[in-house]
Design a protein around this ligand. Sequence first.
Ligand code: PLP
Length: 365
Amino acid sequence: MIPLFDLASQNARLHREISAAIDEALLTSRFIGGEKVSRFEREFADYLGASHVVSCANGTDALEIALEALGIAEGDEVIVPAMTWVSTGEAVARVGARPVFADILPSEWTLDPQKVKEKLSPQTRAILPVHLYGRSAAMAELRAICDEHRLWLIEDAAQAHGGTFAGARLGSLGDAAIFSFFPTKNLGGLGDGGAMVFASEDHARTARLIATHGQTERHHHTLIGRNSRLDALNAAVLSIKLPHLDEEIEQKSAIAAHYREALGDIVCGLPALDDRSRHAWHLFTLTHERRDALAAHLAHRHIESAVHYPHALPEQPAFARFGTDPADCPVASHLGRTVLSLPCYPGMGPGDQAAVIAAVREFAR
Ligand SMILES: *Cc1c(COP(=O)(O)O)cnc(C)c1O
């Protein structure tokens, strides 16, 4: 079976260092907070070229806490792309605000700035683009809209560690950004983990306070917070993995370029790339009108594939009460019916790449 990801061999390459970190964690038994966590926050901030990184328990918490730290609450609206992982819309609803879904661009698959403009209302407080599959959203256009209407720009960069836009790292462009360190993400831990990035020190301080029970000093709580922490062991592992991130993205870029070249002449959709930015290649995706049959054909050839994601968020029952008619986001719905992710991971050998290409060509001929 050719897998979609191969975490086991990726981790095996760092086995000695990761094992040593686990041994050290057992020895010190300092599992929460401490130097490993602050060190990773510093290193990740340096990597991004960002000033303030606040770690937390997962990417969904990061979204929720970041929204709360920016003061978004009941009565507010946040514009979210109709095609994304559920967390993006869920977090907005969780802080009591209304997720307003806007359609995506037909060839980039990220938030369509024109559709965003049509969704603006006096209640709009923020725009929350997603760098879907690792490709930068239209940040220049979205920044212009935010500046004109005095809105927060919040990047969901959970799929985009290592990507860039106009020379800057994704996650360093917004008023806030969030990352997930879920194991299969570009930078993944040994379990759940997440981080928030803020342009303002005040927002970072508020977010850290929310994530640590609103505790300013021991047993003194100034606001109703919660518990959302990155484990020290996970922080140590992320510090081990971070220096390899760029090299891993290079490897995935080469595979993606190979796929694009070898599949460019057959009937399937490939995302439009942007010269100004580096795709982070969290996922290599294509579209095909007979997607389910293509997936079945690949499975028959022992090739794993997956759908990210089969439904636009306005189609989900959980979001029905927010009143976006799914028919209002036809591009996102169509992507849900046609998109397929193919195996693409660091260390994937040329033989496996050739097998994937041959199987797709055989089907799509
Ligand atoms: C993975 C992901 C998240 C949430 O991350 P978790 O760590 O799984 O909570 C949020 N947004 C997007 C786009 C994601 O892909």
